[in-house]
Ligand binder design. Structure first.
Ligand code: UD1
Ligand code: MG
Length: 477
């Protein structure tokens, strides 16, 4: 397989058109930076040397690169004098011979396979300079590919330097090139900034290499969507939507049912097994993994969540949590970081759980807050129970044992512990531990004041109904 001696990613530009304090290449689509998408297409090509030219917001980009491409050599371009200047710097200390691929850091949809085909074509044509091109519906803003009447590559002209006639050309420069390193080195040394932007354009090396009598070719790619560049927020959204469709397509082909791909947003970093069903309006982000047979959505967000087989999560928001096999969550649950739901658990409607473990088969079915708790197996937390974990200064933990029955509307004031098999009476404010097998009752004893309505609310509908039911004013009882 023909290989590369060097790959260079140009990522020093200001990204002015993004109008952002975040450098352009660090903006994200599908949960990954634009730059990370480019690098994930380049890395499998196995270039002996990988260089990334950074400049604008250097520190932020370098920190990010240390995480996503620790082997890359960073080249610093202090002043943005154009893509040609960035290339000059990248070639400093690079191998003297062989081939180099250069690409922009702002084209995140490129696929590795397409780049490999481009490498193969470059070697087949025995070209000194190859440029990957595409035919796009709206070429505005891109460099145009100028060909001779016989179709041979003549050069590249930028939008701002193009004539009216050249602007009609719909074949554009994708910003991906392969060069013979020696030929490129000679050509970049001759670049001049006599153009609309006063910069050294890498695009000008094509004509210079041709002038040297060497072979330069334009290779048209099949899928123009792969070659779209991001320069503003509108293009960010456009590329994000294309990436979404691509990710969804891949999952559907792998056996995942996605009911409405247009409203399903899955990060490139998410793993999903086959026979998972995803309902409309679902967003899956980060390192989330969904196991076989799970049902997710509608209108559900999972961020860094591990979902085991056959679990279901309905109309809920879950972050940094683990959901066990056949567990059911929702509708309208809010599951926060540090939560572990074991197999066959249930977290139901309007329940919030934070930093808590719910043991196998235990249920929190309705209207509760569970914070900093450890709940054993087979326990039931009655409706509207609150784990009172915050004393206004610090958070405290609660332990609930196995096969416990917490009565509805219990306040478990932490730190507190409920023993195995224990009960709490509905409406209790539990401030002391309840031993195994006991019932904790912590509420005022009920007192009925007979005839009160007839005496204090006479003439009301309540009093009339009470009278019909045989109630008296209580004075004669
Ligand atoms: C560039 C091409 C254009 C092509 C388009 C494809 C030139 C002159 N034009 O235009 O023909 O159609 O890409 O997307 O090359 N950069 C640096 N240092 C600089 C300037 C830019 O590293 O001094 C980097 C940027 O960070 C970016 C890439 O080079 O990743 C391209 O620069 P950008 O300003 O986006 O060029 P385009 O106008 O898109
Ligand atoms: Mg660009």
């Amino acid at each position: 397989m023909p290989s590369l001696d060097l790959a260079v990613v140009l990522a020093a530009g200001e990204g002015t058109r993004m109008k952002s304090t975040t450098p352009k290449v660090l903006h994200e689509i599908a949960g990954r930076s634009i730059l990370a998408h480019v690098l994930s297409a380049v890395q499998p090509l196995g270039a002996a040397d990988l260089r990334v030219v950074v400049g604008s917001s250097r520190e932020a980009v370098e920190t990010h690169l240390a995480q996503i491409a620790p082997n890359a050599t960073i080249v610093f371009q202090a002043q943005r004098n154009g893509t040609g200047h960035a290339t000059q710097l990248a070639l400093d200390g690079a191998p003297a011979t062989g081939s180099v691929m250069i690409l922009a850091g702002d084209t995140p949809l490129l696929r590795s396979g397409t780049l490999q085909e481009f490498i193969d074509a470059h070697h087949t044509y025995e070209s000194a300079a190859s440029v990957l091109t595409s035919v796009v519906p709206d070429p505005f803003g891109y460099g145009r590919i100028v060909r001779s009447d016989s179709g041979e590559l003549v050069g590249i002209v930028e939008e701002r330097d193009a004539t009216e006639e050249q602007r009609e050309i719909d074949e554009i420069n994708t910003g991906v090139y392969i060069f013979d390193i020696a030929a490129l080195r000679a050509a970049v040394a001759k670049l001049k900034s006599a153009n609309a932007q006063g910069e050294l354009y890498l695009t000008d090396v094509i004509a210079l290499i041709k002038e040297d009598g060497k072979n330069a070719v334009a290779i048209l790619s099949n899928d123009y969507t792969e070659t779209l560049g991001i320069n503003d927020r509108s293009q960010l959204a456009e590329c994000g939507a294309i990436m979404r469709d691509r990710i969804n397509d891949d999952f559907m082909r792998a056996g995942v049912t996605i009911i409405d791909p247009a409203t399903t947003w899955i990060d490139a970093t998410v793993a999903i097994e086959n026979d998972v069903t995803i309902h409309p309006g679902t967003t899956l982000t980060g390192a989330s993994t969904i196991a076989r047979g799970a049902i997710i959505g509608p209108r559900t967000t999972l961020n860094n969540v591990v979902v085991a087989e056959r679990a279901s999560v309905l109309e809920s928001y879950v972050s940094e949590a683990t959901i066990g096999a056949a567990a059911t969550v929702g509708p309208f649950s809010f599951i926060r970081p540090g939560t572990v739901l074991a197999a066959n658990t249930k977290v139901g409607a309007y329940v919030e759980v934070k930093n808590s473990t719910v043991g196998e088969g235990s249920k929190v079915p309705h209207l509760s807050y569970v914070g900093d708790a450890t709940i054993g197996t087979g326990s039931n937390i009655g409706a509207a129970t609150i784990f009172v974990n915050y004393d206004g200064v610090e958070k405290h933990a609660t332990t609930v044992g196995n096969d416990v029955r917490i009565g509805s509307d219990t306040m478990l004031v932490a730190p507190v512990s409920i023993g195995d098999g224990a009960y709490t009476a509905a409406g209790s404010v539990i401030t002391e531990d309840v031993p195994a097998g006991s019932i904790g009752v912590a509420r005022a004893k009920q007192r009925n004041v007979l005839g009160w309505v007839l005496r204090k609310r006479s003439g009301t509908k309540s009093a009339e109904s009470a009278k019909k039911a045989g109630a008296t004013d209580g004075n004669n009882q």
